[in-house]
Design a binder for this molecule. Sequence first.
Ligand code: SF4
Length: 372
Amino acid sequence: MTGSAPDIILETRDVSRHFGSQAAWFGEKRVVRAVDGVSLAVRRGETLAVVGESGCGKSTLARLLVRLIRPTAGEVLYEGRDIGGLSEREMRGLRRDLQFVFQDPFSSLNPRMTVGTLVEEPLRVHGMGSRAERRRRVDALLQRVGLRPEFADRYPHEFSGGQRQRIGIARALASGPKVVIGDEPVSALDVSIQAQVINLLEDLKDEFKLTLILIAHDLAVIRHMSDRVAVMYLGEIVELAETEELFARPLHPYTQALLRAIPVPTPHRRAAAAGVKGDVPSPLAPPAGCRFHTRCPLATALCSATKPDFADAGGGRFVACHYWQQAAAAAPAPHAEAHRTAAAQRRFALYRDRSEQQERLRTAAAAGPTTT
Ligand code: SF4
């Protein structure tokens, strides 16, 4: 699936996660198919983005990858080892390597613990270093994410959203992980703060030699940060491609619609900026055949009867559509540059210059806990 034997660090094989649901009137047990038969290989050192509409299963997939939840079926392999069947004790060692940055840093940080205790906790859990060594590591991590070491004695509520996310990132990095999964790590932040956190994540990825899996819906963030993109729809991956390839020539009608939905500020393109039509069907009863057929402008009888394979489209690309060649040929040019609107450019250009970024981090470190 991934071409000429890339170094795979994390992999799902036909993995599913279903949740039980009791129907209100008839007592009939129904099943929410949050993730359904996903096979995905994550290359060591890459940034892989998983994108899709709300409710498509991307956050459930993220939790499966670090075994915050267990799969209903299929396997999740970390460095070739199936982690689904490991005991909690066996899993504890692996949790050093697999860390998670949550969307909402406020609810993910225990409000009764000081920042120092929160960042130190993974070190303590994994028995890493003496108390003094752990304290030094906490200070260094706080500084690295742009916070002053003396903030260690304060509590999460004393910080702004951007600072709390920096604390969450420092905590995720404490144990020296190999893989970090960010579940919408900037979507709860003010736009003016997002670029700082995104660029911090990028720098830390290089510095700590991380593999980064980014769950996101903001296509500007995805194109800025990721090497490859997996597009999810109703619990399934429908397209996988190198980022630039996907934005330049999306093959799946759903991907094409997602890209067309990016707001474009130029009036002559506004009319073409229609996104995905209709509502996402219920994951309690996903459509038969291709799950996108109820919303797809190219759907035929074949689509509603037969599920398309997740097929090799060449060049390291995979797509689940019976008619992807026709879709790719017939689609109007997507707004390939839409995510690079002036506003998007400004968001990310702000901190591209490393020396400027370092200066900003120094400024942030010198600031009090009510600044970003
Ligand atoms: Fe549309 Fe059919 Fe392709 Fe599904 S298989 S995306 S319904 S054309």
